[in-house]
Design a protein around this ligand. Structure first.
Ligand code: ADP
Ligand code: MG
Length: 687
């Protein structure tokens, strides 16, 4: 629910710390109300409720004609009824969803019959009536109805797979009648969760069929007699148990219908007033839906005030039946939305009837920024939460939806690159999470296609993808190179980038906090290795690749001078470094640190919240200090190390720390301050 006023701006309630109530029937949101008003099926319904004439077909006309014949419920049914009668309070309300679904099924069957056989088009409606005085709840439909035989077999035995599955599950459960009942939905029998007597009046749509009354107290037997005054279709009267009288209160029933059955195809009336006015947009032809319809629908499903920036209307019949609409909100997600525990707003429906409002299982976690609905005929209404988690069907659905969403976003990036860039800017953290958390390499690479980076061969501000990088690669090269740095300036001025220049290789610049971890997890893209330039430099050493010196020999230390200097440095730096060597690849930088698997090392140090001494760090990192013997600073130290060892030591330590900073391996520069002050004092001594 959205509270514009509470938070100052239009933000969802979660950001104000109030848990959202999606579809909240008790507190129908303003948005939903507006939506309902604008989507009224007819102009008549759009009028205010007060002026609307009441329309009901429920009246007390039935009279039993013959004598009752007694029947026993099938053994399994009895067992089910026993359990149903002991259901918990929290799950009782689903009986309304079940009975409305049956009414809707019966109407669908009749429609099918009429289409294939011709015949009158009687009004196709579902009516509900609450009578608080009598303590009854009544539902009547104008559907196919049932003959005597059908009443016996359909309402006397368990045919539906859901109820069977429910019983099977219970066999394995120590405590029968536990809280799983509501998740299964036990179809018609759910009426006995709230009623001590259920009367069914039904007349089949077969021409010349008589009407019947079916009645049971749910204890093991039911009786059937012929009845007059029965309207074609089915009317079910629930004589509510004393502790369930709330279902004879209009407001309570209204809330439940709005929650579960808002999109049912046929008009539902409660005490003469139309309830469901929502159009199931996802079932419509995509091109018939206008932008504003999507906007309104988005606001309803997302409980938000903004607009969708992307809309994906997806329909498939194979491998699964899917009707889905996904929206990406216009508003940038907040830190709160990004948390792994909140954010789900995709609802799961089966043939327009709600199964779950926040269906966390149908999409992989990283796609939780999507809003919308998924409807699949293949998912039974009575799918339990346990089944939702385990079922192969749901995994399949997840795969299909994930692939479709990725493909959609890729299409968008091609069609409207600038819009995609904005989307990427706002939502890329989810993609990184997807790559890091997915175990399947193929899926990692699919999500990887959505990543965008700046590149050393493109102007600042222009983005490129891994595929584009791959297409620019020179024949024979097998690696994709990247460099993680806080921004372009630092990337371009990094010693590692400088060292790479010699290789004339495109480098992707990664500025985001989790880029490095993401690319480490991705490892490969389209058979090409993703390698950070820091690692590449180390790998070159192993390959003993030779590079020509940037500076001429006359401007560098001689080999002997370099050897002497390095011996002195080893001594001075002690255990802080594992190795010191000369690099020909630096120009403006005096030195750089190389570490095998730099990214991983950096991540390791960052994720460990322990303070370490520089010796401990060195133990973990095993760093090599590579020096540029053509650099003035290095040359100067080589000169000064004997005449002014104190200053040389300070300079060397600072050069080392600078190289550690450039490598992103120094996270606390404070210990450097006194040394820097000392150096500054010395710099001013002569003035
Ligand atoms: P399901 O709907 O999964 O088949 P239910 O227990 O809800 O299982 O219903 C059992 C059967 O009873 C239905 O399949 C249908 O044949 C019949 N039935 C229930 N309600 C109605 C109705 N309102 N009109 C016609 N037939 C109905
Ligand atoms: Mg049913």
């Amino acid at each position: 629910m959205t509270f514009r006023g509470h938070c100052g701006t239009s933000i969802r309630s979660r950001q104000c710390g109030i848990r959202p109530r999606v579809w909240s029937p008790q507190h129908p949101s303003l948005v939903a109300t507006q939506y309902l008003a604008r989507h009224a099926y007819s102009t008549q319904q759009a009028e205010s409720a007060e002026e609307e004439p009441l329309h009901t077909i429920i009246s007390d006309t039935e009279n039993v004609q013959g004598t009752f014949s007694k029947h026993e419920f099938q053994a399994e049914t009895k067992k089910l009824l026993d359990i149903v009668a002991r259901s918990l309070y929290s799950e009782k309300e689903v009986f309304i969803r079940e009975l409305i679904s049956n009414g809707s099924d019966a109407l669908e069957k009749l429609r099918h019959k009429l289409i294939s056989g011709g015949g009158d088009t009687a009004p196709m409606e579902i009516h509900l009536q609450t009578d608080a005085a009598k303590g009854t709840f009544t539902i009547q439909d104008t559907g196919v109805g049932m003959s005597r035989e059908e009443l016996v077999s359909n309402l006397g035995t368990i045919a539906r797979s859901g109820s069977k599955a429910f019983l099977d599950t219970l066999q394995n459960q120590a405590e029968a009648g536990s809280s799983i009942i509501g998740q299964f939905g036990v179809g018609f029998y759910s009426a006995f969760m709230v009623a001590d007597t259920v009367d069914v009046f039904s007349q089949s749509a077969e021409p010349g069929s008589p009407g019947f009354k079916w009645s049971s107290d749910g204890s093991g037997v039911f009786e059937i007699a012929e009845a007059s005054g029965v309207r074609q279709g089915t009317k079910i009267v629930l004589h509510l148990r004393d502790d369930c009288k709330e279902f004879s209160a209009e407001d309570r029933v209204k809330d439940i219908v709005t929650k579960y059955s808002n999109f049912v195809n046929f008009p539902i009336f409660l005490n003469g007033r139309r309830l469901n006015n929502m159009q199931a947009l996802w079932m419509m032809e995509p091109k018939e839906i206008s932008e504003w319809q999507h906007e309104e629908f988005y606001r309803y499903v997302a409980q938000a005030y903004d607009k969708p920036r992307y809309t994906l209307h997806y329909r498939a019949d194979a491998p699964l039946n899917i009707r889905a609409i996904f929206y990406v909100p216009e508003t940038k997600p907040s830190m709160f939305d990004m948390s792994r525990e909140v954010g789900y707003s995709v609802a799961l429906y089966s043939r327009k009837v709600l199964i779950q409002t926040q269906a966390t299982e149908i999409l992989p976690k990283w796609l939780r920024f999507l809003r919308g609905i998924v409807d699949s005929e293949d998912i039974p209404l009575n799918l339990s939460r346990e089944l939702l988690q385990e079922s192969a069907l749901i995994r399949k659905l997840q795969d299909v939806l994930q692939q479709r969403v990725i493909r959609f976003l890729l299409d968008q990036s091609r069609k409207e690159p600038e819009k995609y860039a904005r989307f990427f800017n706002d939502y890329s953290v989810f993609m990184r999470e997807g790559i890091i958390t997915t175990t399947d390499q193929e899926v990692k690479e699919d999500i990887g296609k959505l990543l965008r980076f700046e590149s050393s061969c493109l102007p600042a501000g222009q983005h490129t993808s891994l595929q584009e990088y791959a297409s620019r690669m020179k024949a024979g090269s097998r690696n994709i190179h990247y460099l993680c740095a806080p921004n372009r300036h630092l990337a371009e001025h990094s010693p590692y980038f400088e060292a790479m220049k010699r290789k004339d290789m495109e480098v992707l610049f990664c500025y985001e906090q989790f880029d490095e971890l993401t690319l480490l997890h991705l490892r490969e893209f389209d058979k090409k290795k993703l390698i950070s330039v820091e690692t590449d430099i180390v790998v070159d050493h192993y390959k003993e690749e030779k590079f020509e010196d940037i500076k001429p020999a006359s401007e560098r230390l001689t080999e002997q001078q370099a050897e002497d200097l390095m011996a002195w440095m080893r001594n001075s730096l002690g255990p802080k470094v594992t190795n010191i060597k000369v690099t020909p690849r630096l120009d403006t930088h005096p030195a750089m640190i190389t570490v095998l698997e730099m990214g991983a090392a950096r991540h390791f140090l960052r994720s460990q919240q322990v303070a370490r001494t520089s010796e401990e760090r060195a133990q973990i990192l095993q760093p090599t200090l590579e020096i540029n013997t053509g650099h003035d600073l290095i040359k100067k130290i080589s000169e000064l190390k004997d005449s002014n060892p104190e200053l040389s030591q300070l300079l060397l330590e600072q050069i080392f720390d600078n190289a550690m900073i450039a490598a992103g391996l120094n996270d606390d520069p404070r210990p450097m301050i006194s040394r820097l002050n000392e150096l500054l004092t010395k710099a001013l001594e002569k003035h």
